[in-house]
Ligand binder design. Structure first.
Ligand code: SME
Length: 160
C-alpha cells in the first residue's frame, strides 16, 4: 500500500517538496510511462486541494494527446500552440491562468474550470508532455503552485 498523505499544515513549498519526493519514490524502478502518469495524477489529486482535473497530455507526432488523469472526460487531441496546454507545449513555458475565460483560445473540457496551471515536462531539451491542473476557483494557482509543479516535472521527466 502507498501511503503518501499530505500534511495540510505545511507551507505550500514544503508540501510541494513532499509531493516531488513521493512522486519520485512512487515511480522508482517502474519503466511503464502510463502506469507512472496514472499514479502521478492520483498523487497530485491528493496533494493539491481545490482541483477538478489533474493529469497529463503527451506530445505525440506533433500534437498533444490525452494521457492519464483524474477528473471528467477531456478533449483527446490538442494542436501545439492552441489552448493553455498547447501554448505551454509550444513555448516550453509554464502557463498560470487566473481566469480561463480571459485566455484567448482556452479549450473548455469541463465548464466548471475557472483557473488553470499547465507545466511542460522537458526531457533532453524537448517538451515531451504537459502536466495540466484545473480548478473551479478563480485565481486558484499562486507562484508557489507553479514552482511546485515545475519541481515535480523535473523530478519525473525521465519516468514518463
Ligand atoms: N483547458 C485546456 C484543455 C485541457 S482540459 O483543461 C483538461 C486548454 O485550454 O488547453
Amino acid at each position: 500500500m502507498y501511503d503518501f498523505a499530505p500534511d495540510t499544515t505545511l507551507a505550500p513549498d514544503e508540501r510541494y517538496r513532499q509531493l516531488a519526493d513521493a512522486a519520485h519514490s512512487l515511480t522508482d524502478g517502474e519503466p511503464d510511462a502510463i502506469a507512472n502518469m496514472a499514479n502521478l495524477s492520483a498523487l497530485i489529486w491528493e496533494f493539491v486541494p481545490d482541483l477538478n482535473w489533474a493529469g497529463f497530455y503527451r506530445v505525440v507526432d506533433g500534437e498533444l494527446v490525452l494521457g492519464p488523469f483524474v477528473g471528467r472526460p477531456a478533449c483527446i487531441r490538442i494542436p501545439l500552440g492552441q489552448g493553455v496546454c498547447g501554448t505551454a507545449a509550444a513555448t516550453g513555458t509554464t502557463q498560470r491562468i487566473k481566469d480561463v475565460h480571459a485566455f484567448p483560445g482556452h479549450i473548455a473540457c469541463d465548464s466548471a474550470s475557472r483557473s488553470e496551471l499547465v507545466v511542460p515536462v522537458i526531457r533532453k531539451g524537448e517538451v515531451i508532455a504537459v502536466i495540466d491542473l484545473d480548478s473551479p476557483d478563480l485565481a486558484r494557482f499562486a507562484e508557489a503552485d507553479a514552482a511546485g509543479i515545475e519541481q515535480l516535472a523535473l523530478r519525473i521527466a525521465d519516468r514518463i
